[in-house]
Ligand binder design. Structure first.
Ligand code: ASP
Length: 304
């Protein structure tokens, strides 16, 4: 068994470990852990603690993938409902579809027993409006009847760009699975989807070979299908290390568009893992648990 997650996973990582130890299906273990991350308001990128879009509305992206069946469930730009990752799991289990977005995702969530609520914290609302008002100047009085396109390049806030929680596991049944959840890019254009709900980009899992999930600039991993590339490379016989290196090479070949960093998290079917920081600032940490460990360990990602 193995459980790997990024640093934001701390509120729920131990819960997921406990469930894996009890023999739970990996997806149930990870969705339970992510639910705790989504409820923790001090995690400022996921769930209640996340940042809203330009209009001051929370829109959540989340997904699960069962690596044994390759079933996927995802929600994108989901308003007013948490925990989003649990809704994604319901999409996988109850619909013939793999992804729902926006109002349709909200309707489905309500139909399956989730309750709509205000998910924007007062503190987040205050910070969002301060930032927007400064950028809009005299136009603030006309908000929201202002063009949003110009803001999409000027409103980026280096302190609050984006983040996500990603979990990958190999469970007691040797099933390799992935789960993700995020509020996406702070002050994003309404309707923007990142990579976290996109199978192949922000996550991919195949119990025969391994799994990968990415954080940071979703615009880059969507363009490179980063997570699927890594698992496909392993299928074609590459080692975990080489598969991740190949994905990094593809990311580094991008020269246009919005290019910030990406963090790749990956595991293989032998129980090995690799976490690589491609051009993200500072030391990137991640959580790891294997049965030989008495406690989960917080480790530092390798630099690409
Ligand atoms: N990858 C996520 C997105 O693009 C955010 C992040 O992980 O930083 O929405």
């Amino acid at each position: 068994m193995i459980l790997l997650a990024n640093s934001e996973a701390w509120p729920g990582f131990a819960d997921s470990v406990a469930l894996l130890k009890q023999g739970a299906h990996g997806l149930d273990a990870m969705v339970a852990g992510i639910g705790k991350v989504e409820r923790e308001t001090s995690v400022r990128s996921v769930g209640y603690g996340g940042w809203p879009n330009m209009l001051g509305r929370m829109e959540f992206d989340a997904a699960v993938m069962d690596g044994t069946t390759r079933d996927v469930g995802a929600v994108g730009a989901l308003p007013d409902i948490l925990p989003a990752c649990a809704v994604a799991q319901q999409v996988m289990q109850r619909l013939p579809h793999v992804m729902l977005t926006g109002e349709g995702a909200k309707r489905f969530a309500i139909e399956t027993g989730f309750s709509p609520e205000e998910t924007l914290l007062d503190d987040s609302k205050r910070i969002w409006w301060e930032r927007l008002e400064k950028e809009l100047g005299a136009d603030a009085a006309r908000f929201p009847d202002v063009p949003l396109i110009p803001l999409s390049t000027t409103i980026t806030d280096p302190e609050r760009v984006r983040d996500t929680t990603v979990f990958l596991c190999r469970d007691s049944q040797r099933g390799i699975h992935s789960a993700t959840s995020t509020s996406g890019w702070a002050w994003k254009y309404p309707g923007r989807l990142g990579d976290s709900p996109i199978a192949g980009a922000g996550f991919y899992a195949d119990s025969r070979y391994g799994a990968a999930a990415c954080t940071h600039t979703g615009e880059m991993t969507v363009r490179c299908s980063t997570s699927r590339s890594i698992v496909l490379a392993m299928k074609l016989g590459h080692s975990l290390e080489d598969a991740v290196a190949l994905a990094v090479e593809e990311l580094s070949e991008l020269s246009t568009g919005f290019l910030a960093g990406v963090v790749i998290h990956a595991i293989d079917a032998h129980g090995d893992h690799r976490v690589v920081n491609f051009r993200c600032q500072g030391d990137i940490k991640y959580w790891l648990w294997e049965p030989s460990m008495s406690q989960p360990e917080l480790r530092t990602a390798l630099r690409a």
